[in-house]
Design a protein around this ligand. Structure first.
Ligand code: B12
Length: 580
């Protein structure tokens, strides 16, 4: 991928005036009266920000739940159960919950019903929205910004009393069947305007720095540099408060802490980190004993770091079942109760840990991030992008893509001095799989065209698959990320491919497969379809089942080959007739 872009490559000839767009958002925000939620009343605060400041002054931490059952009724019941179990046990309840909404909530409300379903709840009525803050005294927060529906969702969220609204990092992500990039970015800008109108009462825009571009970067300097870029855009240009969140894709809790130190030192002096401190989501293996040990290690060091450095970030414990599927109520309860049990030990341990190595690493990453941002700014300015125009900045960086941005930011130091863990793990997996396949008696795939795609934002498995197929001599066609099934099939047929290989994770495997197979049927094409990854889907909205179901047999019934084994994939592809 090149790093040579002109203004014309990145921006349309005419763009709306960003000041007018932002002002529309500010006016709409001012017209909203924010509800006082059950949490606000319970804690006697106006916002989580105020609560975080108070907890920090008391030397105490905060915790947050990630939750998203198949629909809002089930999610509500799960929240009530969590609240009751904590009360029964006499334990302090979690402070907040992040509602992991279905991705179609990112589309304008009028398009949602016909859009593909994934795991997680959607909010359909005003009552659903208002329920968010009155169900239990645990403060709701949700990923409402970044998507094409940022503005309308943010207005609903503000009215419901939400005070922490994310996920800004998502502004670079594509949503199903939505190609109006300018419309999406303008909606984000209006949403930031609406939030800025409530900044004084503690409303913040959070950004999960392992999503969007920052979820693809291979070096921690890029992640922290990107956070600085986002902060300047959100706070400096749009007037809303910025709250970075980080941690899920990093298993080493000390590395985790070093990145938080870098985020703190590159942010405003004495700022509380309103975002969350995500527990490890990538170290999990099949053994639950091992996952429990990983969790205890992660929670102890993370809580100790927050106690030591007083960031005020909310710790988000990761359920032990993370690798398999979205969690149910008991999975969530288990790790939150364990967190409460670990807290006193972590606080006690904080001062006894020698943090000097972590502090030095944090300082090094922060210094690298400063240089990184300087290079990105120079590049953008030299290529005619206005550094004072948030609309131009968001559109241009979205179109440049993460890989090119990282190359620009790291400059000649592009050797990844502070490599991110999931990137490393995925590169190692790729090497391992290449070695396994090449040492086997697997057939060569020379000349066989294969379109490889991800059905959603998860891109690491795609890299592993492409590496193995390339080594076997296949002609790889980039099927894209977050691609629509019909577009993927068209792309594959245009490029004369013998097969489509799709990796999927979001819990819409059957929905995607169904549409892909139907498109093949309509085109009368004999192309082979293969899917792998997390092959599940909600058991049916309203079925009252919390956990998703495996849809492998349904995919097979539609003539789609399913496998998670790279060697088996090679065998399947070798049996397809080369088309070119
Ligand atoms: C990293 C990650 C993310 C990152 C992705 C960053 C990026 N740029 O890729 C971020 C934080 C952005 C993310 C977001 C989301 N995520 Co996520 N994510 C993960 C995580 C932690 C790791 C996945 C990964 O990349 N692993 C590394 C790769 C190399 O391994 P792999 O994917 O397992 O693939 C291997 C094999 O399975 C195989 N394979 C995979 N596909 C295929 C296909 C074929 C044909 C073959 C042969 C082999 C094969 O090849 C690889 C070999 O090493 C998993 C949990 C986990 N620990 O697995 C959750 C997980 C996949 N995510 C999940 C969800 C729900 C989401 C969201 C939809 C949540 C939400 N509603 O906001 C969003 C996506 C929103 C969107 N815009 O699309 C769920 C899926 C749940 C389910 N279906 O039951 C999981 C399981 C977490 C959970 N327990 O809830 N996520």
């Amino acid at each position: 991928m090149g790093t040579e872009f002109s203004r014309d490559d990145l921006l349309p000839p005419v763009l709306p005036d960003w000041r007018g767009v932002l002002a529309e958002g500010v006016a709409a925000g001012r017209a909203i009266t924010r509800s006082h939620t059950a949490f606000h009343r319970f804690r006697d605060v106006a916002s989580q920000h105020e609560w975080a400041m108070r907890r920090r002054a008391e030397g105490r931490g905060r915790t947050i739940i990630n939750i998203g059952m198949p629909d809002w009724a089930l999610t509500k019941a799960a929240l009530a159960e969590i609240w009751d179990r904590f009360e029964e046990a006499g334990l302090p309840p979690p402070d907040a919950y992040e509602l992991i909404l279905e991705r179609r909530m990112g589309l304008p409300a009028a398009l949602r019903e016909a859009a593909p379903q994934e795991t997680g709840p959607a909010l359909w009525t005003e009552d659903d929205w208002m329920d968010l803050g009155r169900t239990v005294p645990i403060q709701p927060q949700a990923p409402l910004i970044g998507s094409p529906a940022s503005f309308e969702n943010t207005l609903c969220g503000l009215a419901a009393g939400l005070d922490t609204i994310g996920n800004f990092a998502n502004f670079v992500n594509r949503y199903p069947y939505w190609d109006d990039e300018v419309g999406q970015i303008a909606s984000v800008l209006r949403a930031l305007g609406a939030m800025s109108a409530h900044r004084e009462t503690g409303v913040v825009a959070d950004s999960y720095l392992e999503d969007g571009h920052s979820g693809v970067f291979a070096d921690f300097r890029s992640i922290v540099g990107w956070a600085m870029f986002e902060r300047r855009l959100v706070e400096g240009l749009c007037g809303a408060a910025y709250a970075p969140a980080f941690g899920g894709l990093t298993s080493d809790p000390f590395l985790h802490a070093a990145v938080f130190l870098a985020l703190e030192s590159t942010g405003p002096a004495d700022g509380v980190i309103d975002g969350y401190y995500h527990g490890d989501t990538v170290g999990h293996v099949e053994s639950m004993d091992r996952n429990l040990a990983l969790f205890v290690n992660d929670a102890t060091v993370s809580l100790a770091a927050d106690a030591q450095f007083g960031w005020g970030a909310a710790y988000l414990p990761t359920p032990l079942t993370e690798r398999e599927r979205v969690p149910g109520t008991s999975d969530i309860l288990e790790v939150h109760r364990l967190t409460r049990a670990i807290e006193p030990h972590a606080r006690e341990m904080a001062a006894r840990i020698d943090w000097s190595e972590t502090e030095a690493l944090g300082a090094d990453i922060a210094e690298g991030a400063n240089t990184w941002l300087g290079r990105l700014d120079d590049y953008l300015a030299t290529n005619g992008i206005d550094l004072a125009d948030p609309l131009e900045l968001m559109l241009a960086t979205r179109r440049m893509g993460a890989v090119a941005i990282e190359r620009i930011g790291l400059g000649t130091e592009a050797e990844f001095a502070h490599p991110t863990e999931l990137t490393q793990m995925s590169l190692e997996a790729r090497e391992r799989e290449i070695a396994r396949v090449s040492q086997s008696s697997a057939a060569r795939l020379d000349g066989i065209g294969v379109a490889v795609a991800s059905t959603d934002v998860h891109h690491f498995a795609k890299l592993v698959i492409e590496g193995v197929l390339e080594e076997r001599g296949a002609r790889i066609v980039d099927g894209g990320l977050a691609v629509d099934p019909e577009a993927l099939l068209d792309r594959a047929l245009e490029a004369d491919c013998a097969a489509v290989v799709a990796t999927t994770h979001n819990g819409w495997a059957l929905n995607f497969g169904d549409r892909l197979a139907a498109a093949r049927g309509r085109r009368g094409a004999g192309i082979t379809l293969v899917m792998g990854g997390v092959l599940n889907e909600d058991a049916g909205k309203g079925s009252n089942a919390e956990l998703p179901r495996d849809v492998t047999p349904d995919l097979n019934a539609r003539g789609i080959v399913t496998t998670n084994d790279l060697l088996e994939l090679v065998t399947v592809l070798a049996e397809t007739a080369p088309r070119a």
